[in-house]
Design a protein around this ligand. Structure first.
Ligand SMILES: [Zn+2]
Length: 243
């Protein structure tokens, strides 16, 4: 009896030892962050895709609040057209997994009625969110020969290579609309948001409110959608080439 009991005890001891070894091996194989292989989760990293940082783009609807911008032949206000196009751009970019920060989403603005402070507040917002691009949307106005002066154009600081790349991408898209809206290419001027920015920044002038043809296009749902698609597509191409 004693012998059998001794054998049983040593057998149980061995089983216990083997179990402990298996537990130790298994626990050493497990990383503190399990690697998921299910759809939507990175298979080669412990970090789920959902947590990866999205690219941030600031879309700036020009003017707003106290500042109406230009006024069209029929009283159309620039600030309303820019907001409408900007909102459409936001929607397309968000559908393409871009994090969009809007400088304003309505006619209520948070900054003071000082023009320089107004523009700086928009740039500060973009700097705070560490945006990869700042796209400001405006409408143009010409005091002279409004009948002949028409089309889209982009203002950019040619001393900033990344801003130029962003401008080129968007301008290519705007140029593809030339059968409906003239393209006036890229230009430079000493404008606050393209001179004092800390990230690639451009101003898209979407057309002339002083020109009858452009005004009709800018007011139309189709025209605004085409402009928004061109701006969004150019921005997405620019962002895609950053990676
Ligand atoms: Zn403007």
């Amino acid at each position: 009896m004693k012998k059998i009991r001794k054998q049983t005890l040593s057998l149980l001891g061995m089983i216990f030892f083997v179990c402990m070894v298996i537990i130790l091996i298994c626990s050493s194989m497990l990383s503190p962050y399990p690697t998921y292989t299910s759809k939507g989760i990175s298979s080669d990293s412990s970090k789920p895709i959902e947590e990866e940082k999205k690219q941030v783009v600031v879309i700036d609807a020009g003017h707003g609040g106290y500042d109406e911008g230009s006024m069209g032949l029929d009283g159309t206000l620039e600030k309303n057209i820019t907001l409408s196009i900007a909102t459409k751009v936001q929607k397309i970019l968000e559908q393409n997994q871009i994090e969009v920060v809007m400088t304003r989403t309505s006619d209520n603005v948070s900054w003071t009625s000082d023009n320089a402070q107004d523009l700086q507040a928009r740039l500060d917002l973009a700097a705070n969110v560490k945006a990869q691009a700042f796209v400001s949307i405006h409408c143009n106005f010409s005091e002279v020969e409004s009948e002949w002066v028409s089309g889209s154009e982009i203002y950019v600081n040619f001393k900033q290579p990344d801003s130029v790349k962003l401008a080129e991408r968007i301008n290519e898209q705007l140029a593809s609309l030339s059968s409906q809206l003239k393209n006036r290419e890229m230009k430079t001027e000493s404008l606050h948001v393209i001179q004092y920015n800390t990230m690639p920044s451009i101003i898209v002038e979407t057309g002339f409110l002083s020109n009858e043809h452009d005004l009709t296009f800018l007011k139309s749902e189709n025209g605004q959608q085409l402009l928004a698609e061109a701006i969004a597509k150019g921005t997405l191409e620019y962002i895609a080439n950053l990676k």
